[in-house]
Design a protein around this ligand. Structure first.
Ligand SMILES: [Zn+2]
Length: 256
């Protein structure tokens, strides 16, 4: 492995990540140095808040153009650090977001050997040229890698029946009933399964950084790019690689 050290930046508003478990998980399998740090935005330079707010997106059907933030939007970035849910659902262009984060990593830690994985509750999105609109994303590679805890919940779609029932039953009472009916079939905020799911995204980001191999087509594999919540839960809670990736994974760790 080219990586000799992995630095994870915590998202303490989502304690279900169980950062100490993730740290142990990575240490155990990769035998690299793993360091856990506070949230990337904690005690951050004023400039970071200012720059991050330039990556906000307001129109889903237009490609990115740099936003000129107001004072209150910058202030909001600072205040949102402690918000457990990004209630206002602010959307960010994932690639811009990643570029900005990379600028704020200390120069002596910007090297091939150190992989930075930033966990955040901010919702990253990428613009898709094929349908010409933005989509929420859970993971933005490479170094630094961004894992959006809100993206994990919002990006892979919930069952079609769930949306259909919601669309035809408007009352609050019905909405609660529908949610109860589908409970467990998709991730919710503060879902205890998040820790295991985040492990999978960490594996995806490390393997992508190391081998350049992005996602897998096999639904049984931890590297599968899930478009549905059901697939995400299946591929990650199954905790397995497909045979091809099992091989490349073993090869990778044998050189570490
Ligand atoms: Zn695979």
């Amino acid at each position: 492995m080219k990586t000799s050290k992995i630095i994870i930046y915590d998202e303490p508003t989502v304690p279900e990540i169980r950062i100490e478990k993730l740290e142990k998980f990575l240490k155990d399998i990769f035998h690299t140095d793993v360091e856990v740090r506070a949230n990337f935005f904690e005690d951050a330079d004023e400039k970071l808040f200012q720059e991050i707010s330039t990556s906000r997106i307001f129109e889903l059907k237009k490609p990115f153009s740099k936003h000129i933030p107001t004072e209150s939007e910058i202030e909001m970035e600072r205040e949102n650090i402690d918000n457990s849910q990004n209630e206002e659902k602010i959307l960010y262009d994932g690639f811009e977001f990643q570029k900005i984060i990379s600028k704020f990593i200390p120069t002596n830690e910007q090297n091939q050997d150190t992989l930075h994985i930033v966990l955040t509750n901010k919702l990253t999105c990428t613009f898709d040229e094929s349908d010409f609109r933005y989509h929420a994303r859970s993971l933005i590679g490479t170094n630094p890698s961004i894992i959006s805890t809100t993206g994990i919940i919002e990006a892979p779609a919930k069952p079609k029946e769930y949306y259909l029932e919601l669309m035809t039953n408007f009352s609050k009472e019905n909405t609660d009933k529908i949610k109860e009916k589908f409970k467990g079939e998709f991730l919710e905020y503060h879902d205890p399964r998040l820790s295991e799911i985040v492990k999978g995204y960490m594996l995806q980001s490390i393997i992508y950084y190391e081998t350049g191999e992005a996602f897998c087509e096999n639904k049984e594999c931890r590297l599968y790019n899930a478009h549905w919540q059901k697939e995400l839960l299946h591929s990650q809670l199954n905790k397995k690689f497909c045979s091809k990736h099992e091989k490349s994974f073993k090869k990778l760790i044998s050189y570490s």
